[in-house]
Structures are given as structure tokens and as C-alpha cells.
Ligand binder design. Sequence first.
Ligand code: GTP
Length: 214
Amino acid sequence: MAGSGVYVCADHLFKVLVIGDVLVGKSSVVLRYVRKTFKENYKSTIGVDFALKTIQWDARTVVRLQLWDIAGQEQTRNMSRVFYKGARGALVVFDVTKLATLESAAQWKQDLDSKVSRDSGEPIPTLLLANKCDLMEQSERDRMAPSLDEFCKDNGFTGWFETSAKGGVNIEEAMTFLIQEMMKTMSSENQDERSKGDVDLGGRADQSIVARCC
Ligand SMILES: Nc1nc2c(ncn2[C@@H]2O[C@H](COP(=O)(O)OP(=O)(O)OP(=O)(O)O)[C@@H](O)[C@H]2O)c(=O)[nH]1
């Protein structure tokens, strides 16, 4: 225990949703992040796919990400309340070559906010991923940037990254940023708990903070 000469280790489990229209590259983003690979041939997700990634965040902290890659098909939206339960963060992916998928990203975000929130009632940290940036000229990307800043402000996104699952561009960076944001929300929630004099080290399954000696 801290203060008694033995360090406390933290082990955080975060459920992260990956949502957005069909074909925008959700599964590819997950595949790139978890397995560092990319597949050209498309295989549609049915319902939801899961992936787990464990990160040694710092010397005393382990972060486990449970990634829920949710099919972009319309049918899945009716089931999303069940899928979204307990999520601590989200990625909303769109395809930079298909403007309609950006318009949909606003709807995905609204739907997300209506179905899941932090204990405080605030939205969970959510990043917008402008994926397939390898298919766009740098000049076009530069032109798009200010409108994405505006889009994020208007729709309550925590931030955005241009990514390429194909080229491995910014996937790691986006995930690291999301983890930082989830850690921040968690420490503010723990602070609230502590100030109530009630520290629950067991926590819910999706947000367990396990104190261990190491
Ligand atoms: N050029 C390029 N192609 C990509 C990129 N990401 C994904 N793709 C391709 O886009 C297609 C769809 O990718 P998926 O990852 O299956 O898309 P998804 O959003 O999971 O699709 P659903 O499962 O139907 O919801 C595949 O052919 C991928 O190879 C990218 O960054 N660049």
C-alpha cells in the first residue's frame, strides 16, 4: 500500500466502442491497432466483434482495452443500447472520401450520447477518426481540417485524428489520446468517490480499478 513502502499498481479495464457507417474502416482500425496489420479484402462485421489489447501504460499501471467493433449496418443500431452499456470511450470513424459518412458520424455521436454517459451524466470521451487519409491529397486534407475542428465542437467530440488503417497513420496516437482522456475522466470520478469517503476498489466490471502490490 502507498505510504507503507509497497507500491500500489493499477489495472484499468476500459470498454471502447468503435462505431460509424459500413465500410469506413472500423475493423481495419482495430486490426491495425491490435495486430499491426491491414487487409485489403472486405469482410463485413455481423453484429459485433471484440478485440482486447493490454498496454503497460507506465511502470505501475496496466491498461486493458476491450474494443467493441460494431457493425455499421442499420439493423445493428436497434441493438446498440445493449452494445454500448458500460462503455468508457468511443471512436466514431468516417471515410474521408465519402462525405455522407461524416454526416452520419454526427448521428452516431447523438445516438451514442443518448445511450451511454459517464456517472456524472457527461458524455464519454469520443474521438472522430477521419479514416482512409491515404486516399486524399495533402492539400485537400489541409482544407478539411478547419471544418473538422468546427464539426467536433458542434457535435461534442473530444477531438479528431486523420488516420489511415492501411498505412498505420495516427492509429496509435489516437488510441493513446483516448486512453489519456479516459484516465482523466476516471480520476475525476475517483476523486468524487473519495470526497464522499467511499473508495470502491472492486468497481463495476467495465471500470474495475484493482489495487495490488507489486
Ligand atoms: N485505402 C484504405 N482502405 C481502407 C482503410 N481502412 C479500411 N480500408 C478498406 O475499406 C474496406 C472496409 O474496411 P472495414 O474495416 O471492413 O470497414 P468496417 O467499417 O469495419 O465495415 P463494416 O464491418 O461493414 O461496418 C476494406 O476493403 C478495407 O481494406 C484505409 O485507411 N485506407
